[in-house]
Design a protein around this ligand. Structure first.
Ligand code: HEC
Length: 292
């Protein structure tokens, strides 16, 4: 195997090992980062929902309550307004979602489905728990959810959620008397759940990964090309010339042209050494001839 081939085999092997290790490490890191980014989005959405709820109770409720209406106005309910706002958002971004689910909801559309009920029950079992982050598969792809418990912290909630008798007549006329009652102060009755798609961030992460990998290959190939040209010029070519002359001299052709070593690297040191050896060889030959 030629010197250049040997060096290339070593370099390419080192490169492949490096790429495998860096690839493995950075892919994990990028996926982690993508998840962090999705989680950060989910937190912003959760805060947006909280802002809508607070706006409803601070600004909408006082206005609508001051104008008695013959029918119940769900627009005064923070949970309703937050979910309505997200309904509009979903028209544009169908894979994003915000839900306020309950095990025993006033509005049946808020009934926790199986996985949501499990999240609610996790909160009920562990009152210290303030959030649950998880992933699940949906028809639109993998989705990350951020859930926080809904705990009845104010007595005022019980006006509408304790017994049907206490609730406004207009409300029971609209929602019936069988659901959304029996809640107690301090009880966790449901969960606010934000869902954010992971696909976009994952696609981005693998695109970034491919770019990184691609630039690695390009830079390494260029490096290999330059190194090959340099090695050929500085090492292989002079050594080939040297071995050709050494060949000729060893066959007894003492007229082979001498070299003029260039530079002061190891190869030119070898050439100078060869020149000196050749001169002493010639001298010894001459002495032998004179003796003979
Ligand atoms: C004026 C009556 C009223 C009061 C007071 C009230 N709610 Fe409600 N709540 C409702 C109605 C009506 C709904 C159903 C709204 C809809 O159609 O989405 C609802 C829905 C909810 C939901 C969504 C799940 C479900 O039952 O459909 C949650 C959670 C909730 N309320 C929590 C609370 C909390 C917490 C408080 C106290 C801070 C509170 N509510 C105070 C009337 C009320």
């Amino acid at each position: 195997m030629g010197l250049l081939l040997k060096i290339n085999v070593i370099l390419v092997s080192v490169f492949l090992v490096t790429v495998a290790v860096v690839g493995y490490l950075s892919q994990g890191l990028m996926e982690e980062q993508a998840r962090e980014q999705v989680l950060a989005n989910a937190r912003i959405l959760a805060q947006t929902a909280a802002a809508v709820r607070s706006y409803t109770s601070k600004q909408i409720q006082p206005i609508l309550h001051s104008r008695p209406s013959p029918t119940f106005q769900p627009q005064t309910v923070p949970s309703y307004s937050a979910q309505e706002v997200f309904k509009t958002l979903r028209e544009r971004y169908p894979s994003y979602d915000y839900k306020e689910v309950a095990l025993n909801p006033t509005n049946q559309k808020d009934k926790a489905v199986e996985w949501e009920a499990k999240v609610v029950n996790d909160f009920r079992k562990d009152p210290q728990r303030k959030e649950v982050v998880g992933e699940r598969d949906t028809p639109e792809g993998r989705s990350l959810f951020l859930a926080e418990p809904i705990t009845i912290s104010m007595v005022s909630c019980l006006k509408c959620h304790s017994t049907p008798e206490k609730a406004p007549k207009t409300m029971t006329a609209m929602y019936g008397t069988s659901n959304g009652f029996g809640w107690e102060v301090g009880e966790t009755i449901g969960a606010r759940i934000v869902s954010v798609p992971m696909q976009v961030a994952k696609t981005e992460a693998s695109r970034a990964f491919r770019h990184l990998f691609g630039s690695f290959v390009v830079v390494f190939s260029l490096l290999l090309l330059v190194l090959n040209a340099l090695l050929h010029q500085v090492v292989v070519k002079p050594i080939r010339r040297l071995s050709k002359v050494a060949d000729e001299v060893s066959m007894g052709n003492l007229d082979a042209p001498p070299f003029e070593p260039k530079g002061n690297d190891e190869v030119s040191a070898l050439q100078s050494a060869f020149n000196r050896m050749r001169i002493s060889l010639e001298k010894s030959m001459k002495m032998l001839e004179e003796l003979g």
